[in-house]
Design a protein around this ligand. Structure first.
Ligand SMILES: [Zn+2]
Ligand SMILES: [Zn+2]
Length: 521
């Protein structure tokens, strides 16, 4: 951050995404970091804007899962703006996936200035840089060779025209120019697409072509005066695109490269994301199971360069970590390590969308929601409020926002349970306790009886009840795990289950007391 501010108080932070299919949360990450930089600059009295560019003139180089390969392979090598929308609701592939991504960004509280690469090639934004690149083609070729070891043909220009015959942009080689007209042959074989042999010319003012990626990146930095750019570490390798574009921007466009913010790509369930293999997670898939703030928190709680693995079977824990940070932020909870407290407060602040609520929001813990929907079919809001009361979580009236959040939490927990929950959190209430009765030892039965009478004897908060479980077990010389095992056997016929104190209160203490007595009799 100090490095950013040393470059002044006015900043343009850029991010960009190739519109190669459904954008995943890794793509959203770019924009997330960009906006975090902007916030920080503004916080320190500066001005900052975030620009996001849809790279919609790039060629389709693989068919993202699960789109039909047979139907779409004829578009390989063509620019996204000229491929029909596979869902047939928008004008093009580019428009469909751009809209989808921008919508997801909005839901994440991200509203960068959205630019289309294609439009920028038509409205003149890139024009001075195209002309300069054509004139300086030999110099660029030499820089590409020197910095990144790329060898280009003798007659070569850093411009990729769209072939007027076959429509490919990936297979054309520009070899000469006259004024704004670029001459090309459609003759390259790029593996996923092959040139058709056509020779033609194209006017660079019409947007029927684009600059080669590393030159384009440099042109964009110059055109917008980009000062900071977040990107994944694959661009940051020695001789990689950042290195090359930096030299091009300095030596050809006479500009300065932005300060890089290099981040480690997020993994999903322990694996790298891959569009063609279908191992991706889109923001929308996340919103089905958890609020957008929690996704922001997942990224902001660690430094960008740190390893991150988003495991969908751990959503309840991730949400709980966010809510713990929330409690720390409102001073209701704190950890021993003051540095961690400060860090979590800061991460929380960055994660929330809009202004923080005036007081700590009342929430239904995710794991409790998961328990409730398994205990009660068609659970109602009244029931949830009742459970919140019983577990000591309702100390004032709920606001309208909190009520909405409760309903949403139930829907999200249900979706998570269906799609991602490990078998270990799934359970069914036991109908008939006689099935497990003979599995219990005398000591266990004795403990269940004692706990039953404690339950009937008063109202308990979850923590108090939890303490009682341990006290009872120890007083009987029974190891506490043995007591918990007996309780779960009696309730759900398994040896483990949801956190018992919450579980008992969610089921209703009288119901549980009766059940324990039945099992122990
Ligand atoms: Zn569409
Ligand atoms: Zn062609």
């Amino acid at each position: 951050m100090e490095r950013v501010l040393s470059r002044g108080l006015k900043h343009t932070v850029e991010s960009g995404t190739s519109i190669s299919g459904p954008a995943h949360i890794g793509n959203a990450c770019d924009v997330l970091y960009a906006e975090a930089v902007c916030r920080e600059v503004r916080l320190r009295g500066g001005e900052a804007i975030s620009i996001w560019v849809a790279d919609d003139l790039d060629p389709l180089d693989s068919i993202p899962y699960p789109l039909p390969e047979d139907e779409l392979k004829k578009y390989l090598g063509k620019p996204y703006i000229n491929i029909p929308d596979p869902y047939r609701c928008c004008q093009s592939w580019a428009q469909h996936f751009t809209l989808e991504f921008v919508n997801s960004l909005e839901r994440m509280g991200l509203e960068p200035i959205v630019k289309s690469g294609y439009s920028m090639y038509r409205d003149g934004t890139y024009l001075p840089y195209i002309r300069l690149s054509l004139r300086e083609a030999d110099k660029i070729k030499e820089l590409l060779r020197r910095i990144s070891g790329m060898h280009k043909p003798r007659a070569w220009l850093p411009y990729m025209p769209i072939c007027a015959n076959c429509g490919n942009i990936a297979t054309t080689l520009a070899y000469g120019y006259e004024g704004d007209k670029v001459l090309y042959g459609c003759e390259l074989d790029v593996g996923y697409a092959k040139g058709c042999g056509y020779r033609g010319e194209v006017d660079v003012k019409l947007g029927q072509g684009k600059l080669q990626w590393r030159v384009e990146w440099a042109a964009r930095w110059s055109a917008f005066g980009v000062t900071v750019e977040p990107f994944g570490k694959e661009h940051a390798a020695a001789g990689g695109s950042y290195d090359t574009s930096s030299v091009i921007v300095r030596e050809v466009f006479k500009g300065e490269p932005p300060i890089p913010l290099i981040y480690e790509h997020v993994m999903i369930n322990g694996r790298k994301m891959s569009k063609s293999k279908g191992n991706i997670l889109t923001p929308r898939q996340w919103f089905e199971v958890a609020p957008p703030e929690t996704l922001r928190f997942f990224f902001f709680r660690v430094y960008p360069a740190k390893h991150k693995d988003l495991r969908m079977n751990e959503v309840p824990r991730l949400v709980e970590e966010f809510e713990r940070a929330e409690r720390i932020y409102y001073g209701v909870d704190e950890l021993v390590d003051e540095k961690v407290n400060v860090h979590l407060k800061r991460s929380y602040e960055l994660s929330i969308i809009g202004k923080p609520a005036p007081t700590l929001p009342i929430r239904l813990p995710y794991d409790l929601a998961v328990t409730l929907i398994q205990v009660y079919r068609d659970i109602t809001l009244e029931k949830v409020i009742d459970v919140l009361k019983r577990t000591g979580r309702l100390y004032r009236d709920l606001t309208a926002d909190e009520v909405e959040a409760l309903k949403l939490r139930l829907r999200q927990a249900e979706a998570w349970l269906k799609k991602y929950a490990p078998e270990t959190v799934k359970f069914k209430l036991l109908d008939d306790v006689s099935r497990v009765k003979n599995l219990l030892t005398d000591k266990q039965k004795e403990a269940l009886m004692k706990v039953a009478s404690i339950l009937k004897g008063g109202d308990w908060l979850p923590r108090e009840l939890n303490t009682k479980f341990f006290e009872v077990s120890r007083s009987l010389g029974l190891p506490p795990p043995s007591f918990f095992e007996a309780a779960y056997l009696t309730l759900i016929g398994a040896t483990s289950g949801p956190w018992l104190a919450n579980f008992v209160l969610a089921l209703g203490k009288d119901f549980v007391a009766k059940r324990f007595e039945e099992a122990a009799s």
